[in-house]
Design a protein around this ligand. Structure first.
Ligand code: ATP
Length: 240
C-alpha cells in the first residue's frame, strides 16, 4: 500500500528525516513510536504530502506522490487522516461534519451521505449524537466523530497522528477501542502513538524512530520483549 525509499525531510537547516525506508502492506497495522521530536509526525505527514518531501520516494497506492505532476488530492481521497486535535467544524452538527466531504468531494447524494454517516456513527458508538454540535461533546466523543468523518470517504488507508494525546486519560480507551475495531476489520493503518499498550496489542509491526531514522522495527512481541538496539532499550525503559 505504501513504499517509502530513502525519505529525507528538512525544515530549513534542520534535517528531521534522514533516510527513512519502509513498506506497509494491505491490512497491516503499523505503529510508530519514539521520543518526542524524533520525526514521527513528520514521517506520517509525508505519507500524504502534507509536508513537502525534500528527497526520496513515497509511493502510495501505486502513485509516486513525490512526483509533482500527480493529482495529490486524488491520493488523499484514499487516505484518511486523524489528527491529535480533531478540527471538527464548530458550527456544523456531527452529521453535517461527516456528510460534508462525501457530498462535496465524492458527489454523493445527501441521502446516501447521511445513511453512511449514521452507520459510521453507530460504529463509533455515537448514533445518538448525530444532531449535536462539537462543543456539546467530550474530547473522546469528538475524536470518535473525527474518525467517522475520515471513514466516510471510504479510505483504503488510515493515518493516525497521536489521536489520543490531547485527551483526558479517561477518554483514551474509548478512542483506542474504535481504532482496535477498525484494525480487526482489516483496515490498513499507520498510527503514531505514545500508547505502548495499543502498539503492543494491536500493531502487526512497530517502528521505533529516533533522530530521524527508523532505528529498529519488528513484531510488537520482539520489539517490546527483546529490543536489539540500545536506543530502543533506553526509550522503552523510560516509557514502560
Ligand atoms: N512545520 C515545521 N517547521 C519547522 N520545524 C518543524 C515543523 N514540524 C516539525 N518540525 C521539527 O521537526 C522535528 C520533528 O518533529 P515531529 O513533530 O515530526 O516529531 P515527533 O517525533 O512527532 O514528536 P512528538 O512526539 O513530540 O510529536 C522537531 O524538531 C520539530 O521542531
Amino acid at each position: 500500500m505504501i513504499t517509502v525509499r530513502n525519505l529525507h525531510k528538512s525544515f530549513g537547516q534542520n534535517e528531521v528525516l534522514k533516510g527513512v525506508d519502509c513498506e506497509i502492506k494491505e491490512r497491516e497495522v503499523v505503529c510508530v513510536i519514539g521520543p518526542s521530536g524524533s520525526g514521527k509526525s513528520t514521517f506520517l505527514r509525508c505519507l500524504n504530502r502534507l509536508e513537502d518531501i525534500t528527497s526520496g520516494e513515497v509511493i502510495v497506492l501505486e502513485k509516486n506522490i513525490t512526483d509533482p505532476r500527480i493529482d495529490i488530492n486524488a491520493v488523499r481521497r484514499e487516505v484518511g487522516m486523524v489528527f491529535q486535535r480533531f478540527n471538527l467544524f464548530p458550527h456544523k452538527t456531527v452529521l453535517e461534519n461527516i456528510t460534508l466531504a462525501p457530498q462535496m468531494v465524492r458527489k454523493e447524494s445527501k441521502a446516501k451521505a447521511r445513511e453512511t454517516a449514521l452507520e459510521l456513527l453507530g460504529k463509533v458508538g455515537l448514533r445518538d449524537k448525530a444532531n449535536a454540535y462539537p462543543n456539546q461533546l467530550s474530547g473522546g466523543q469528538q475524536q470518535r466523530v473525527a474518525i467517522a468523518r475520515a471513514l466516510a470517504m471510504n479510505p483504503k488507508i488510515m493515518l493516525f497522528d497521536e489521536p489520543t494525546s490531547a485527551l483526558d486519560p479517561e477518554m483514551v480507551g474509548e478512542v483506542l477501542d474504535v481504532m482496535k475495531k477498525l484494525a480487526q476489520e482489516g483496515m490498513t493503518m499507520v498510527v503514531v502513538t505514545h500508547e505502548m499498550g495499543f502498539a503492543r496489542e494491536v500493531g502487526d509491526r512497530v517502528l521505533f524512530m529516533d533522530q530521524g531514522y527508523i532505528m529498529e522495527e519488528g513484531k510488537p512481541a520482539d520489539l517490546f520483549g527483546n529490543p536489539q538496539n540500545e536506543r530502543t532499550r533506553n526509550f522503552l525503559s523510560k516509557v514502560l
